[in-house]
Every structure is written in C-alpha cells, then in structure tokens.
Design a protein around this ligand. Structure first.
Ligand code: FES
Ligand code: FES
Length: 153
C-alpha cells in the first residue's frame, strides 16, 4: 500500500512497494498519457516529474516516491508548461506521438531550471528521450521557441 500525491490529489494505492510508479499511474490511476517504451530507463517515454524533477517512472519503485508530488502529462500546469505545449503545437512537433509526453515533461523540467538553454543544454537534458520518428530538430526548435516566449512574458 502507498499513499501518493499525484497531480495535486492524494491517492491511496494498494500495490507491493517495489511496483514501478509507471504501472501505478497507468494501471491503478488510469493516467495513460505516460507511456511504456522500454521498461529499463533507456527511452524516456515514461518521464514524469517527482518533486519537480524528471524521473523515469518505469524504474522508480513506488515506495521511493514518499510524499513528493508526482506530476504527469495530464496534470502539468503553469507558465512554462503552457509555453512548451503552445510551442509544440505551433511548430507541429509531433509525428506518431508515442514519445511526446515524455519529451514534453523533460522539456518543461529543463526550462524550469534553465530559462535560456543553449543547444548543448537541450541535448544534455533531452538525450535520454528517444523518438523513433526522429522529431529531434523540431523538439529543439520548440524548446527555444518556448524559451523566447517565456522571456517576453
Ligand atoms: S519506458 Fe521508462 S525509460 Fe523507457
Ligand atoms: S513522435 Fe513518434 S516516437 Fe516520437
């Protein structure tokens, strides 16, 4: 059993302590925007925020989350999130979409930490988020566009 705070709500889940957070989100809480890709922290499809930091939910045992807030693509809010989502739409980043909630969560975390990231910062922050459709050029452009929008707001 674990008591989690997910997207601003307290959630009581009846699962063994070593259950990956990803299974809890998808199977117990029906938050299916977070995707399962590799299951071994190699693709980034399962990226969520725990305590405001990006983590791979597939390799995060639910017992390690504690009282830190878990934020998924369904619950992410605020100026940075809005700027990222708007830039993603404007630049038409998405192709098949499977990797994109993880990409967006990593991008929001990056801009929360570095409001004006360089290309090297983007590459370092996004390197663990794999896209089979190779949308990397548009992802980088959208991150810079969101940073510019945030600088103007
Ligand atoms: S499913 Fe978690 S990193 Fe691939
Ligand atoms: S948009 Fe298809 S895997 Fe990234």
């Amino acid at each position: 059993m674990a008591i989690l705070r997910v997207n601003g709500k307290k959630r009581d889940v009846q699962v063994p302590p070593d259950t990956p957070l990803l299974w809890v989100l998808r199977d117990e809480l029906q938050l299916t925007g977070t995707k399962y890709g590799c299951g071994v922290a190699q693709c980034g499809a399962c990226t969520v925020h725990v305590g405001g930091r990006p983590v791979r939910a597939c390799m995060t045992p639910v017992s390690t989350v504690g009282d830190r807030e878990v934020t998924t693509i369904e619950g992410v809010t605020g100026k940075v999130a809005q700027a990222v989502q708007a830039a993603w739409t404007r630049l038409d980043v998405v192709q098949c979409g499977y990797c994109q909630s993880g990409q967006v969560m990593s991008a929001i975390a990056l801009l929360g930490e570095k409001p004006r990231p360089t290309d090297a910062d983007v590459d370092a922050a996004m390197t663990g988020n794999v896209c089979r459709c190779a949308t990397y050029v548009r992802i980088r452009a959208a991150i810079h566009a969101a940073a510019q929008d945030l600088g103007r707001s």
